[in-house]
Design a protein around this ligand. Structure first.
Ligand SMILES: [Zn+2]
Length: 95
């Protein structure tokens, strides 16, 4: 392996430990829930989920969206990272 590639790999390892460098703006993921598989989407900072809870509640979140917010953490914009209801439900995650 040439030294140029080795340098890039080392840089990638460093970058991977600095997730705040990354901003996820759009995303589509399949989420294996407790009862079924769901599709979770982030589009221009707004979350959506195909589950029943998300569709039937006006709060705009569900356990799948909340889990994605925790997984992605600092890689999300402020708008996508928190909404008021999530913040109230999990104050420790905002610290
Ligand atoms: Zn959901």
């Amino acid at each position: 392996m040439n030294s140029s590639i080795i340098g890039k790999i080392e840089k990638a390892h460093r970058y991977a430990r600095e997730p705040e460098r990354v901003r996820v703006q759009n995303l589509e993921a399949s989420f294996r829930g407790g009862h079924d598989d769901y599709t979770v989407r982030l589009t221009d900072g707004r979350w959506a989920c195909s589950c029943h809870t998300f569709a039937s509640h006006a709060v705009g979140t569900c356990s799948h969206v909340m889990a994605m917010q925790q997984l992605l953490g600092v890689m999300l914009s402020d708008d996508a990272r928190y909404d008021r209801d999530t913040e109230l439900a999990a104050p420790a995650a905002t610290a």
